[in-house]
Design a protein. Structure first.
Length: 322
């Protein structure tokens, strides 16, 4: 199969056709028409086999996740996703793999109305790189530098399940078959909090997506905002499966495990009422885990108020990052 055949067969016919795509796949470059009064929000992320996903991972899950991690970054900016580009490096044009990959990729693209508008393919070790584009009304993007002392800190969904699944895969914390099945999607098919990100524009002072562990990512917000935070470890939202493993696994997968793709955001007290009004529209639970303070750095305390330090911050990989 030539590269052209491959593109034609798998990527030219796709489920989303947006009015703002003037020229899509098939020319030298795409021509796109952003709406008036909106700013373009652009991000890119890649998945490398053996580093970000295990070789035996379902190709449909790989397709889903490659787009999901980018949509999660757009969500963290409060953006509405619109278009994406795909750079695919494959060891060989494997039709069976591509078919499943595209099924996972385009199912998520359809769910969010995002259109593939171009890309490239090359031969080499399996590597999926996506660049995603979205919009925000002028000046309304959520940033990392807006947190102020007194703001409450919230996270969406639940933390740590993805890290537990990864530990299971690495053999460091085995899960039973039913426990693994209950949470495996949290690593393999994370849910980008796109709708929640857009709602946050109304009341959040800062936001970030939790990709490298809450402690590390909240740390980026604190640094950008020039503030500190008090985080209460025992308030972290955990799934029932994680709760059942808490005694053995401890709190660190939820604090520092990574791959959660939840949103962490701050809400000033003056927006509490607005936040309460809009919270029912969230598609997931939202939990207050602490407060922004003026002092520098992140202080984590347990339920009794004693200082707690996670064993490690940053996320696990299948192989060590260079
Ligand atoms: Mg991010």
């Amino acid at each position: 199969m030539t590269e052209f055949d491959l593109i034609q067969r798998f990527f030219a016919a796709q489920p989303v056709a947006r009015d703002d795509v003037v020229v899509g796949i098939g020319d030298d470059a795409a021509v796109l028409a952003p709406p008036a009064g909106q700013q373009l929000v652009v991000t890119t992320d890649n998945l490398v086999e053996g580093v970000h996903f295990a070789p035996e991972t379902d190709p449909a899950a790989v397709g889903h996740k490659a787009l999901a991690v980018n949509l999660s970054d757009l969500a963290a900016m409060g953006a509405e996703p619109a278009w994406f580009l795909l750079n695919l490096t494959l060891p060989r044009p494997d039709a069976a793999w591509l078919e499943k990959f595209c099924a996972g990729l385009f199912a998520l693209a359809s769910a969010h109305g995002v259109q593939l508008v171009g890309g490239n393919t090359a031969r080499g070790p399996l590597n999926i790189s996506i660049e995603a584009h979205g919009f925000v009304p002028e000046g309304e993007a959520l940033r990392r530098d807006g947190a102020r002392p007194g703001d409450s800190i919230y996270v969406t969904g639940e933390l740590g399940d993805a890290a537990l699944v990864l530990r299971h895969r690495l053999g460091t914390h085995p899960l039973s078959g039913s426990d693994f099945d209950a949470i495996r999607e949290r690593l393999e098919r994370p849910t980008p909090r796109v709708r929640e990100g857009r709602l946050l524009r109304r009341f959040a002072s800062s936001a970030i997506d939790v990709s490298d562990g809450l402690a590390a990512d909240l740390g980026h917000v604190l640094e950008a905002s020039g503030v500190g935070a008090l985080l209460v470890r025992d308030r972290l939202p955990l799934s029932p499966t994680y709760r059942a493993h808490l005694a053995e696994a401890g709190w660190d997968p939820a604090l520092a495990g990574g791959d959660d793709y939840e949103l962490c955001f701050t809400v000033p007290a003056r927006h509490d009422a607005e936040f309460t009004r809009w919270q029912p529209k969230f598609g997931c639970r939202v939990t207050c885990v602490g407060e922004i303070v003026s002092g520098p750095g992140l202080q984590i305390v347990d339920a009794a108020g004693n200082r707690y330090e996670p064993q490690r911050s940053g996320h696990d990989h299948f192989v060590a990052s260079p």
